[in-house]
Each structure stands twice: as C-alpha cells, then as structure tokens.
Design a protein around this ligand. Sequence first.
Ligand code: NAD
Ligand code: UGA
Length: 469
Amino acid sequence: MKIVLGFARPGRKVAFRMKICCIGAGYVGGPTMAMIALKAPDIEVRVVDMNATRIAAWNSGTLPIYEPGLDDVVKQTRGKNLHFSTDVNGAIKAADIIFVAVNTPTKTYGVGAGRAADLRFIESVARTIAEVATGPKIIVEKSTIPVKTAETIKDILAANARGIKFEVLSNPEFLAEGTAVADLQMPDRVLIGGERTPGGEQAMQTLVDVYARWVPRDRIITTNLWSSELSKLVANAFLAQRISSINSISALCEATGADVDEVANAIGKDSRIGPKFLKASVGFGGSCFQKDILNLVYLCEHFGLPEVAAYWDGVVKMNDWQKRRFSTKIVRALFNTVADKKIAVLGFAFKKDTNDTRESAAIAVCRDLLAEQANVVVYDPQVPADEIRRDVLGKGKEDARLTVAKTAYEATEGAHAIAVVTEWDEFKKLDYAKILGTMHKPAFIFDGRNILDLCKLTALGFRTYGIGK
Ligand code: NAD
Ligand code: UGA
C-alpha cells in the first residue's frame, strides 16, 4: 500500500499508511469511522455525506447523533486523522478503501413497495465511484443490503471501469444504537465477505488487517460475499424474532397471571436459550429490524419460498399487534375513553441512550391516542420537539392535541395517565409521589418497558399496568 503524506496535527506531517473514506455520515458511518481513526492513527479517514447540515454538525461541538462515549472518540481524532466533509468526489479519488454506509430504507413506491430495500442510494454511489475513481479501489458494503447487491455494484463498476480495478467486499455492521462505541470497541465479531479469487482474498486481507489492530483475530470472520450479506439480515431477523416471541408470551401472561419477566428469567437460564433480548416491551422500533425483516420476506418471495416469507412476516405482524395492544389497553383501562384526557407519554426515542426515533413504538402509540382524541404530552430527554411533531403528524403539520414538554414533571402535571414508552434511566428515578399529587384521580401508569416498581407505585395509589404482568 502506498505511503501518503498527511497532517497528524496542524503543522506536523506524518505518513499515512492508507486512506479510507466512508460515504454516508449517519448512525453507522460516523461512529464506525471514528473508531477506525482512533485505533489506526496511521490511517487517514474521511467521512463524506451530501447532507451539508449533518457534516456541519459532525464538525461542531454538538454531534448530529447522541451516542454515549462518541464525543470523546471524535474529539481525540477529528482534525488529526478523521475528517468530515461534503467533498464526496475528492474523498473517493484519494481513498484506497471506500466504505459505503448510505441509507437503504424500505421502498415506498413501485415493485416491492413496503418490503423491498430501496437501493437507489447504493446504486448512485456505485456510479459516482465508477465515474470519479482514477485508481484501484476496494469498495466495502457497510450498509445493510439484500443478498446479491454486491453483484449489482460490481456490474455497475465493471460497465464504467475504464480499466480501473475494483474489488467489492461485504462488511455488515452489527452495532446497536446507544451502545455503539462499546460495540465497536469490542465487537462480538467482524464479518468480512469477499470473492474467493486472488484479488478478492487480497482485498479481504487488507480489511482484516485494519480491524486486527484492535479486534482479536478469532473474532474476525471471513466468508463468501453472499453469506456475509445474508448473515446481516438473518442476525437482525433472529434478534427481532426473540422480542416478538417474548412479546407474544406477554399477552398470555396477562391472561393467565404469569409474569413475563419471571418467565424470561426462567427460560433464559437455559444456556441454549440465553438471557439476552428477552425483555418484553411495547414493541421493537429502530430503523433496521422491521426494514431488514421485510427485506428478508421479499427475498424469500422472490426466490419462490412463500412459507419462509410468511414465517418471518409473522415477527413484524406480532410487533404491530403489540404496539396496538398497548394503546388499546390504555383506552380500555381509562373507562373506554381517552377523549380530552391528558396522557403523558414518557420517552419518544426507539430505545434509551439515543436520539433516534425511526420506527419508534412511541409514534404508533401517540397516533393511536390522538385518533382517540386524547391530549398527548410527550417528554423525551434527547429528542427535539420538532422531530416529535414531524414523526407523529407528518412534516409541517400541527395538531393542538399533541404537545411536547421540557421535563417529565411538566408532562405529567394534570395528566390522567402516564405511558412509559422508552426505558430512559431518569424515568426510574422520578418522584412519583410528587407526580401523583398533580394528576387526576384515579391516576394510571402504563409501563411499556417494565422498568418501574409497580408494587411500590400501586402502594402509592397509582393504578398500574406493565407488559405481561
Ligand atoms: P442514516 O440515514 O443515518 O445515514 C445515511 C447517510 O447517507 C445520510 O446522512 C445520507 O445523507 C447519506 N447519503 C445517502 N446517499 C448518499 C450519497 N449518494 N452520497 C453521499 N451521502 C449519501 O443511516 P444509518 O442509520 O447510518 O444506516 C446506514 C446503513 O447501515 C443502512 O443500510 C442500515 O440498515 C445499516 N445499519 C444501521 C445501523 C444503525 O444502528 N443505524 C446498524 C447497522 C447497520
Ligand atoms: C439492532 C441490532 O441489535 C444491531 O446488532 C444491528 O446492527 C442494528 O439493529 C441494525 O442493523 O440497525 P438497534 O436497533 O440499534 O440494533 O437496537 P436494539 O438494541 O437491537 O433494539 C432494537 C429495538 O428492540 C428497540 O426498540 C429496543 O427497545 C427493542 N428491544 C430490544 C426490546 O423490546 N426487547 C429486548 O429485549 C431488546
């Protein structure tokens, strides 16, 4: 690999062993590249995005994503070997390795709408690389994509290559939001898929060497391209399936008097089942679980496997049912009407320790309650009010029934009921006796995350409801 001169810090030249760029400065591109920059000071990392506002935020004191520990990693690297800019073409030209971490949302139009992945951003990046590159590159799929996407990328690159050699690798990302820094620091595994040709093997080795600077070698798995692409979808499908499984059992617990947390604990002690991802909830959210399962469903249908498609589709259907079940429970408990009643929704992010609201269960719950003409007051410690309104009502729309509070106490004052939708730690520490004093009676609490001590709250005087309790 060629040695390139760069600046470690203003005024001091160092030799960068390699140049990496990442197209897409989102929840994946930003943190993953910051970690590579931290662990490999001899590699220059440029993160580029067409969204100038996002890039400006990455270069500011307030990063565009809230992720514990990320500020520190960025502070240690930014301006040294980590750079954020909108110069996509310049970064492509300079890079030896190009990571592609653009969004791959569910298609909303045409064939496969509502299920297939929309690959327009992937294709546009492939075309830009082919157009702009002046030398050989390793292209790394970081985005989650359907199996065989590497074939499309290779096809586009080959058709426009002008004699330039490209190797395409798959390197799916497994970080979870809220724990991204820890996940990147010590991943369970790094998966790298490539072609089993001399060029493909060499490209894989180059990427293995980047990760091997901090990831134990036995955690770096290499496979063929299709296994790598498919493993990412399957990992998310299995994780989501566990949540839908325990959520389905939560309904049975409510009907029978069993306690879902006790059941989860009992079955999780079996080492074949394991304790993780068995927390019953109001339903899973996030930008990926639903999207990736729907993508898997679409692939199965495409390959003539309707039974397999139906099996995985059930995971998403169960999740939708669980979200609806939660809002229905609120309406039923409040004497079958929430019209004109104030409901405090605590938490809006799809999980704690993130400001990401994509597919958050809170969106569905708020919409259901507004449809029942409730006055909904949302509080979330990290999500801005504009984002909450946009997510629930749609861009530019207003509804006087939906308001956003600055604190949990403000949200719950004068409320008829509280719905805990995100498991933020601060909700465990609130002064519920004080809150009860300000609420209409009977005062209800619906804990959609099973984080509160419902026995204590019942003793205080609340009418309490958990999930699967
Ligand atoms: P994101 O929407 O936060 O970021 C994607 C970025 O790509 C955006 O900022 C967008 O402006 C940029 N972009 C799109 N097309 C571009 C182009 N042609 N040129 C320059 N920039 C372009 O998405 P994300 O959450 O970071 O996810 C990215 C991918 O990683 C998705 O495929 C997702 O499924 C996958 N993934 C996400 C997570 C997660 O926790 N969010 C985890 C693992 C994998
Ligand atoms: C998930 C996967 O965990 C990551 O490995 C993957 O890389 C990522 O998707 C992705 O591809 O985007 P993420 O969505 O960030 O990560 O967060 P999770 O911790 O998986 O939580 C997803 C949703 O499930 C959240 O709404 C969470 O509250 C919910 N959940 C999680 C439960 O309801 N119960 C559980 O036991 C665990």
